[in-house]
Design a protein around this ligand. Structure first.
Ligand SMILES: [Ca+2]
Ligand SMILES: [Ca+2]
Ligand SMILES: [Ca+2]
Ligand SMILES: [Ca+2]
Length: 316
């Protein structure tokens, strides 16, 4: 009898744990496939004399470790992982302001996706978009005055730009296909983004006013999540053209597209260190998504988070 009770208790416990696990739903997978989200932006960093040429600054990321999706910040060696947001709803996809004093992110706390901004210590979290539509993937302009983002308020996903205080929200793309994951060139003159206008995910650049868009990739598979290098010469992106998701790098004219990660796992969502020597990305090669860093030639790929929960969407 006792034995039977034990079995029933065990079954109950397992089913409760299982249902808890199932009800924990995260940020929409920034899949590269259906709704992709890119952005991220490079950031000048604070300098630490003793580290000399080492990249400094900090890395923000999104983690499910507290049972809900929050924005965290950590040092570039993975130390001091600190929570910045603490809302029961999802907070994802952060990006640093160029002076590193602010962080923008998207949040579902108002019942739909909105772009938020906060101070770098997590204080003063403010809704910038205030629109019932889907507003996601913010990326700061290099002069800190504008934020580019994606909204479907005009019926499909378009690249929008607004002032950093949320005023003057303007549609830059006006194309019936998905236009998503924008990131600025370091000189502020161009925006790189992903569009489905030619039938599948490709990387494009356009002038910052939305004029003159040019396609850089031409592959039947996924080419997504672009990110401009700090010296303006390279663009990283995620592609599955070699059979699974990898971080690629190319010149800004689309030439010399090179696979940097070469790993059978998902490797996606890149961002550059402020000095351009390192690239941060997410990979599930150790079972769960973790934040990794590598040299910009793909060498020395190191897991920074080592946490049993998913750690995703890094921004440097
Ligand atoms: Ca909204
Ligand atoms: Ca569109
Ligand atoms: Ca493609
Ligand atoms: Ca891979």
């Amino acid at each position: 009898m006792n034995f039977l009770k034990k079995i029933i208790f065990t079954i109950l416990t397992i089913s409760i744990l299982a249902s808890t696990a199932l009800t924990f739903t995260g940020c929409p997978p920034a899949e590269v496939v259906e709704e992709t989200t890119s952005e991220e932006e490079t950031t000048p960093e604070e300098t630490t004399e003793e580290e000399g040429a080492q990249p400094t600054g900090q890395i923000t990321f999104t983690t499910g470790r507290d049972g809900k999706w929050d924005i965290y910040v950590m040092n570039v060696d993975g130390s001091e992982q600190t929570r910045l947001t603490d809302d029961p709803e999802k907070d994802c996809y952060s990006d640093w302001s160029p002076d590193e004093k602010k962080i923008t992110f998207k949040s579902y706390r108002d019942g739909n996706w909105e772009i938020y901004v906060m101070n770098a210590d997590g204080s003063e979290q403010i809704n910038l978009t205030n629109n019932p539509a889907y507003d996601v993937t913010p990326a700061w302009s290099p002069d800190g005055k504008k934020i580019v983002f994606v909204s479907d308020r005009d019926g499909n996903r378009e690249i929008y730009v607004m002032n950093a205080d949320g005023s003057e929200q303007i549609n830059l793309t006006n194309n019936p296909a998905y236009d998503i994951y924008p990131d600025w060139s370091p000189d502020g003159k161009k925006i790189v983004f992903e569009s489905w206008r030619d039938g599948n995910e490709e990387i494009y650049i356009m002038n910052a006013d939305g004029s003159e868009s040019t396609r850089l990739t031409d592959d039947p598979l996924i080419d997504a999540l672009p990110n401009w290098s700090p010296d303006g010469k390279k663009i990283t992106f995620t592609s599955d053209r070699d059979g699974d998701h990898e971080i690629y790098v190319m010149n800004v004219d689309g030439s010399e597209q090179i696979n940097l990660t070469n790993n059978p796992a998902y490797d996606r969502w890149s961002d550059w260190s402020p000095d351009g020597k390192k690239i941060v990305f997410e990979s599930d090669r150790d079972g769960k998504f973790e934040i990794y860093v590598m040299n910009s030639d793909g060498s020395e790929q190191i897991n920074l988070t080592n946490n049993p929960a998913d750690d995703r969407y890094p921004a440097w």
